[in-house]
Design a protein. Structure first.
Length: 375
């Protein structure tokens, strides 16, 4: 098995493979050394495979696959790059990422969206094309910037151009990055350009790599994807192949699950000062009981008038906005490993015994089930 453990996507799959193996298969797993520890230019080592003669392989990279096919070893490839026709593989539903991002920015009132990615890679170009289509469907302005070059020098040739592009974009704007690594690049670039996140530029990544997302400042919001169920499907397919079943060219699809909101997108793009101040008031007071009447009184408007303003900007009522922000904060605290009881106290729920039911009514899953799905 070889996966790049430096990436959140691969680490998620490794966790899923480990869980499957503990629960179902009891395989003896041999994990190849990290690519940077090798002397060979190719990332899949034939030496280990030839010596061990494994019953199956899970590979992230396409190098040496023709040689492995000749050895009649079942293979599942877990990326959409460098594909071979007969090899079963994991492919992303990149349209689902773009649609989720576009709807998210639209509900936040953005009239402009952009995409930041890399030239020549299918998982980036498909996301870009889908986001551009969504922007056109919503009558939202669209912009894009693609880094050009190979993996080792992609930034060295484009960095100054990226900063110039960021400064020229209409503001405020929501930018979808092709993954969390590019989200980190964009956050750092905005800092160097003197641009304020999230108020001028809201930055959204993909894959919800918690290490990358939380080390960024502001913390990076990201689209969580179904990596755990993908890993389970990969292991199930490989197990069947090792027992003689054919899966030539079959595809396992990874899909967008939901957006984990952090500070890089915690804003609403609107010139309506009443709405923006009301939302700020809601966010400041999530730690205490807050209702629609309190928000209306703070805004010096009737509930009906304030709801009308909210619907025009966020597509939510005031009540829905309170619930959305409380749910979003609840999820952040769950991922920070706080207990449901602790979160209930922190978010001022009067009866902690009803919190899981409230969460399940909104999300369709209990807090425990939700955390298992996205982490």
């Amino acid at each position: 098995m070889h996966l790049d453990s430096g990436r959140g996507y691969s680490r998620d799959l490794l966790r899923g493979i480990y869980a499957f193996n503990n629960a179902v298969s009891r395989w003896e797993i041999v994990y190849e050394p990290a690519y940077f520890l090798k002397n060979a230019p190719k990332r899949n080592s034939l030496d280990i495979i030839q010596v061990l003669k494994p019953n199956g392989c899970i590979l992230e990279f396409a190098e040496n696959i023709p040689e492995l096919e000749k050895m009649n070893i079942p293979i599942v490839q877990i990326t959409s790059a460098g594909l071979y026709e007969n090899i079963p593989r994991v492919v992303g539903d990149y349209e689902s990422d773009a649609k989720m991002a576009a709807n998210y920015f639209r509900h936040k009132g953005f009239k402009n969206m952009a995409f930041f990615g890399i030239d020549g890679l299918i998982w980036s170009s498909d996301r870009q094309a889908s986001l551009e289509k969504c922007a056109a469907d919503f009558d939202i302005g669209f912009h894009s910037f693609l880094l050009k070059g190979n993996e080792s020098d992609v930034l060295s040739h484009n960095f100054e151009e990226l900063i110039v592009w960021l400064k020229r974009l209409p503001k405020p704007i929501g930018i979808l990055c092709c993954n969390d690594d590019f989200g980190q690049i964009l956050v750092n670039s905005c800092s160097l350009a003197g641009l304020k996140i999230p108020y001028e530029i809201a930055v959204l990544g993909i894959d919800n790599d918690e290490l990358i997302c939380n080390i960024c400042y502001p913390n990076l919001s990201s689209i969580a994807r179904n990596h755990q169920s993908t890993a389970n499907a990969v292991c199930g397919m490989l197990d069947e192949m090792m027992n003689g079943m054919e899966h030539k060219g079959k595809v396992i699809v990874t899909e967008a699950l939901e957006i984990i909101e952090r500070s890089s997108t915690d804003t609403v793009a609107t010139v309506d000062k009443v709405v923006s101040e009301a939302i700020a008031y809601i966010s400041r007071n999530l730690h205490q009981p807050i209702d629609v009447t309190a928000v209306a009184e703070y805004s010096s408007l009737s509930v009906k008038a304030l709801n009308k303003k909210f619907k025009s900007v966020t597509l939510n009522t005031v009540y829905e906005e309170i619930q959305f922000r409380k749910l979003s904060r609840f999820k952040q605290l769950l991922l920070a490993n706080k207990s449901v009881k602790e979160i209930a106290f922190e978010l001022a729920f009067q009866d902690s015994s009803h919190v899981s039911r409230w969460f399940a009514n909104l999300e369709g899953l209990t807090p425990t089930e939700w955390k298992k799905r996205v982490s």
